[in-house]
Design a protein around this ligand. Structure first.
Ligand code: GLU
Length: 302
C-alpha cells in the first residue's frame, strides 16, 4: 500500500461518542474523556452517542454498564438515541472480518502468547508479532487468533491536540489481532465497524489510544469507510505515572457530588471556569459548552 495520508472530513454534521468498556465504575480519567467528547460535540451542535464496549466478558464486572450510565446521568450528560452495546453487534463484526478475509488482508495465527513473547522484537505496545504464521500455518498447528497483515508504508493523520502523527504499522504495531484466540472480535476491529455504523465524525478520547489510531485508520481504509477526525486528550495518571483503570477501581467518581468532579475535569483540560460556582450540572454544561476551547488543552507525553 502507498503511504496513506488521511484527510478527515469536516463536511458531515458532527457526531461524537463516548465508548466506555464496562470493566468497573467510571473513574476520573473516563469522566475527562466523556466531558471532552461531550463539550466538543455540543459546542458544534453535534450529536453525542454512548456505546458500551462489552466485547470482553472476562474483564467485565456485572452491573458496571448500568452503573456507568447512571453515573453519566447524575453528571447531567444527555446522550442522543439508544445506547449501542457491542455484545449485540457480533454479526456486523463477522461481516467486516469476511470482507477483510476476501481481500486477503488477514491470516490465521497459531502462535501462543509465550511463543510470541520469546521470539518478538518490542513494538509500541510490547512484543511485536514476529510474522511466524504470515505465510500459512506451520504444519500441525491450529488457528487460534486472526491477524491483520500490515506493511511498512506510513500512515499519517492530524490529531487536533497532538498534531501530525505517523506510524509504520509493520514496524511499530506489527500484524495485529482482529479476532482473539478465545473467540471475541478485537477492540481494533469492533471500534472501527461501530464508529462507521454510527456515522461518528469526530472521536475525542484518551491519549492512551493515540498509538491505536493508525491501526484503526488502516482498517477503515480496508473496509471502505470514511475516516473520522481525532482529538486525543492528555491522559490522567496516578502518582506513579500509571493510567487509571476501571478494573482496579482507581479514583471512581461520585455521582452524588457531580459539580466538584466536573470542575476538576475542566481544570485538568486547562479550560476556563465560570466565575460563579455552578449550582447544578445543567448550569455547568450551559456555560462550559459555550466556553469550550480545545486549543487550550496542553498536550502531555502520550
Ligand atoms: N472502550 C475503550 C475504553 O474504555 C475506549 C474506546 C475508544 O474510545 O475508542 O478505554
Amino acid at each position: 500500500m502507498p503511504a496513506l495520508f488521511v484527510m478527515t472530513d469536516s463536511d458531515r454534521s458532527y457526531v461524537g461518542r463516548f465508548a466506555p468498556s464496562p470493566s468497573g465504575p467510571l473513574h476520573f480519567g473516563s469522566l475527562v474523556a466523556a466531558l471532552g467528547s461531550y463539550l466538543d460535540a455540543r459546542q458544534r451542535n453535534g450529536r453525542w452517542l454512548v456505546r458500551i464496549e462489552d466485547l470482553d466478558p472476562p474483564r467485565e464486572k456485572p452491573g458496571a454498564a448500568d452503573h456507568i450510565l447512571r453515573t453519566l446521568e447524575a453528571f447531567g450528560f444527555q446522550w442522543d438515541g439508544e445506547v449501542l452495546y457491542q455484545s449485540h453487534r457480533v454479526e456486523a463484526y463477522r461481516e467486516a472480518l469476511d470482507s477483510i478475509r476476501r481481500q486477503g488482508l488477514c491470516y490465521p495465527c497459531g502462535c501462543t502468547r509465550k511463543e510470541i513473547n520469546s521470539a518478538a522484537a518490542v513494538g509500541i505496545e510490547g512484543p511485536r508479532y514476529p510474522g511466524t504464521c504470515r505465510g500459512g500455518l506451520p504444519a500441525g498447528r491450529n488457528a487460534r487468533a486472526i491477524r491483520m497483515r500490515t506493511d511498512n508504508s506510513a500512515i499519517c493523520f492530524h490529531d487536533r491536540i497532538y498534531g501530525r502523527q505517523h506510524q509504520r504499522l509493520e514496524q511499530e504495531s506489527g500484524d495485529f489481532i482482529i479476532r482473539r484466540a478465545d473467540g471475541p472480535f478485537a477492540y481494533q476491529l469492533a471500534v472501527v465497524v461501530d464508529d462507521a455504523f454510527q456515522d461518528v465524525t469526530q472521536i475525542v478520547r484518551g491519549a492512551d489510544l493515540l498509538g491505536s489510531t493508525p491501526r484503526q485508520l488502516y482498517l477503515q481504509h480496508c473496509l471502505g469507510y470514511t475516516a473520522p477526525g481525532y482529538a486525543h486528550l492528555p491522559l490522567v495518571v496516578d502518582e506513579t505515572g500509571r493510567k487509571l483503570s476501571k478494573q482496579s477501581q482507581d479514583l471512581p467518581v461520585d455521582g452524588s457530588k457531580p459539580i466538584p468532579a466536573l470542575l476538576e475535569a475542566m481544570r485538568f483540560l486547562n479550560q476556563p471556569l465560570a466565575e460563579a460556582h455552578p449550582a447544578t450540572p445543567a448550569e455547568f454544561w450551559q456555560w462550559s459548552i459555550a466556553h469550550w476551547d480545545i486549543a487550550r488543552i496542553e498536550k502531555r507525553p502520550a
